[in-house]
Design a protein around this ligand. Structure first.
Ligand SMILES: CC(C)(COP(=O)(O)OP(=O)(O)OC[C@H]1O[C@@H](n2cnc3c(N)ncnc32)[C@H](O)[C@@H]1OP(=O)(O)O)[C@@H](O)C(=O)NCCC(=O)NCCS
Length: 182
């Protein structure tokens, strides 16, 4: 079956209710989001409530390998700013699937999908300045660093700086992975 968000090694699939128990397990494992993201513990009920509130403006996807195994999560959401709406992405992989190019491919698929499906000028992402893996993923996927947001993240008891990255529609130009869209 042809699936729209299909890459070379991974596919993205919109998260379904059946994925929520696994997602709840991931979210509550400190190593899933890793040392450069806030700690969080969330009940399954809270996760279900947020899932029911999901809209086209905020959607989560499961990152799957070609054999169907679920290896991570990527989402897009809107940050409302007085001058307009900013579309941001976030992502995380299970530890034993990192360092194999899966994060880069998932972000590339998401960027293609967002520019193909939405009338937006930019996609942005924000990451702890110490998170070199995430910065590398963004740069490989065509994002540029815009600057540093000072002390904007509260992580493991400390305020941390974050890098803001973006890719503009004119820099993206055309799909890198989702070339088969019809
Ligand atoms: C960030 C994350 C998604 C990266 O995904 P990944 O699949 O491991 O990354 P890739 O394998 O695509 O690697 C991309 C590049 O980063 C490099 N890289 C990977 N881990 C690295 C590390 N710890 N330090 C420096 N560079 C690293 C890779 O070598 C690769 O560069 P190369 O192609 O030049 O060799 C993954 O590490 C993760 O899930 N981390 C925990 C959650 C997180 O931090 N999410 C991001 C929140 S902003």
């Amino acid at each position: 079956m042809f699936r729209l968000l299909e890459g070379k090694d991974v596919n993205l699939r919109v998260m379904e209710k059946e994925d929520l128990p696994l997602f709840a397990e991931w979210v509550n494992l400190p190593e899933f989001f890793g040392e450069y993201n806030p700690l969080r513990q969330t009940s399954k009920a809270e996760i279900e409530k947020n899932y029911d509130k999901s809209t086209l403006e905020q959607t989560g996807f499961i990152i799957e390998k070609k054999d169907g195994s679920k290896i991570g999560f990527i989402c897009h959401f809107i940050l409302v700013h007085p001058a307009g709406k900013l579309l941001e992405i976030g992502y995380s992989l299970v530890p034993n699937e990192r360092g194999k190019g899966n994060g880069t491919e998932a972000v590339e698929i998401m960027v293609d999908y967002l520019f193909l499906s939405k009338d937006i000028m930019r996609v942005q992402a924000c990451t702890d300045t110490r998170n070199l893996a995430s910065q590398k993923v963004l740069e490989k996927a065509g994002f540029k660093k815009e600057g540093t947001m000072r002390k904007c993240l509260f992580i493991r008891g400390q305020l941390r700086d974050a890098c803001l990255y973006s890719v503009l529609r004119e820099e993206w130009k055309e799909p890198k992975i989702l070339t088969r869209t019809a």
